[in-house]
Ligand binder design. Structure first.
Ligand SMILES: [Zn+2]
Ligand SMILES: [Zn+2]
Length: 460
């Protein structure tokens, strides 16, 4: 992605809705062309030795009356405001500081000598005055806040590294104008969804989606998200197609079953039918427990888990937390009540990216079942004799899987398009025949002391 191989790859992600509010606040904190300042307070996530991701937990934009001096060629904040920051943000959190300001004009801005001096001093102040050695990231924007430059200062304030800035959940650079010389068939293919904008379509075509579980829900999901515009896929599932799958896998045939197709190959076939050229589908017919597979998943932009067991969902959640990737958990459940009436549910869960709650502490998956699923066969047999395990062949129907998959695709559209707020996470349950959507109030799911998402980073 970046051609500089030397040091760490550092990225700052401001989710679309937060970005919109922050940018609006910045733009309205001035009358004409004056420079403005804003602060974001970000959680640092060390993804690997060479990769760090920052996500904001909070932000503030000082009102015009917080400035000692505000003009088109410089800014000085009042002493009181600095004290306010100190008391309310800096002294009581573990967060690093992102200082953003604007320069007049519309070109991609460069840091000035004045910026260098002030930021160097501020970086030294932050790292030496707080026990957590707060770091300073600084960004400069043009007047309309379109073009930017970001850097992170070292603790001594005498050097900095560049930072990739994204106002997106993903590491996708916005391409302002899609090349008109690109094959027009693809463009024409999406003409009926042009209302959502070229940037939206461009982002989808750049997105890499890891789909864990290519069964009844995963297949419908891939077909639909593929048709929406996602071309880059990583498919993970150890199973092969069976006759019993044919009630719910679009386009799956008896021949595929006879030829013992892996499910990942079948879903790849679905994607390849959408895109004659330009798609990239990697298939891994192993379980998610495989370490190499986990590395591949970690490199994707988005993780979808649509498997039929708790253990794989637990691992997917741990991977998502470790590598700061958005996670979607999709599932359905059908049971028959004592009076013979069926009850049907589907559930879409998107835990918040920076922790707060997860599939484990939110009780979306059952850890006891997950542990049993990973246990040796003998223990599994004992457990099932004792009534701990449900039948493997859970009931499943195409239409219910489709509601689940379609809704998840809709949530992804809202997430990429920036019109659905998933920053606090989301947990939606559909119930049939009542035909009701229940939306869990995610405030109740917050679990600060969760073993998995409470502290940053859990070991797999
Ligand atoms: Zn400046
Ligand atoms: Zn948790």
């Amino acid at each position: 992605m970046n051609n500089s191989q030397k040091s760490s790859e550092i990225s700052l992600h401001v989710p679309p809705l937060t970005w919109n509010s922050f940018r609006q606040a910045m733009l309205s904190a001035r009358n004409s062309h004056e420079e403005v300042i804003g602060f974001l307070f970000c959680q640092r996530h060390q993804i690997s030795k060479h990769q760090i991701r920052y996500f904001p937990q909070d932000w503030i934009v000082p009102a015009p009356d917080c400035y000692e001096h505000q003009s088109a060629c410089g800014l000085v904040l009042k002493e009181e405001f600095h004290l306010f920051l100190l008391e309310n943000y800096l002294s009581k959190s573990q967060l690093d500081v992102v200082h953003v300001h604007t320069h007049a004009g519309a070109e991609t801005p460069c840091f000035s000598v004045v910026d260098d001096r002030a930021e160097s001093e501020y970086a030294r102040f932050l790292s030496s005055n707080f026990s957590q050695k707060t770091r300073l990231i600084s960004g400069v924007f043009d007047e309309s806040m379109e073009q930017s430059n970001f850097r992170i200062w070292n603790k001594k304030g005498n050097d900095f590294d560049s930072v990739n800035f994204y106002h997106s959940w993903f590491e996708i650079k916005e391409v302002p104008n899609a090349q008109p010389n690109q094959q027009s068939n693809t463009n024409l293919m999406f003409s009926r969804q042009k209302v959502f904008g070229e940037v939206f379509q461009q982002q989808l075509s750049e997105l890499t989606v890891a789909l864990i579980g290519c069964g009844g829900i995963g297949a419908v999901f891939a077909e639909q998200l593929g048709r929406l515009g996602v071309k880059k896929w990583l498919l993970v599932d150890p199973d092969r197609l069976e006759i019993v799958n044919l009630n719910r896998m679009p386009g799956a045939t008896q021949q595929m079953v006879e030829k013992k197709w892996h499910k990942v190959e079948y879903v790849k076939h679905l994607i390849k039918k959408i895109y004659q050229i330009g798609s990239c589908v990697k298939t891994i017919p192993t379980a998610i427990e495989d370490k190499t597979t986990q590395q591949e998943i970690a490199a994707a932009d988005l993780i979808i888990v649509a498997t039929d067991n708790h253990r794989s969902r637990q691992i997917a959640q741990q991977l998502a937390l470790k590598y700061m990737r958005p996670l979607f958990s999709l599932g359905t459940h059908i049971d028959i009540q004592a009076d013979g009436m069926p009850r049907m549910y589907c559930r879409i869960t998107v835990p918040p990216l920076g922790g707060g709650w997860c599939l484990m502490c939110g009780n979306i998956i059952n850890l006891q079942k997950a542990a049993l699923e990973s246990a040796p066969v003998e223990i599994e047999n004992l457990a099932s004799q004792a009534g701990y395990l449900e039948g493997i062949n859970d009931p499943a129907v195409f239409w219910l899987n489709s509601i689940c998959a379609s809704t998840a695709v809709g949530v992804i559209q809202g997430m990429v398009g920036g019109f659905l707020n998933i920053e606090a996470g989301l947990d939606w349950i559909y119930q049939f025949p009542e035909s009701q959507w229940h939306k869990t109030n995610t405030d109740y799911l917050l679990t600060p002391d969760c073993y998995f998402c409470g502290s940053d980073g859990c070991d797999l």
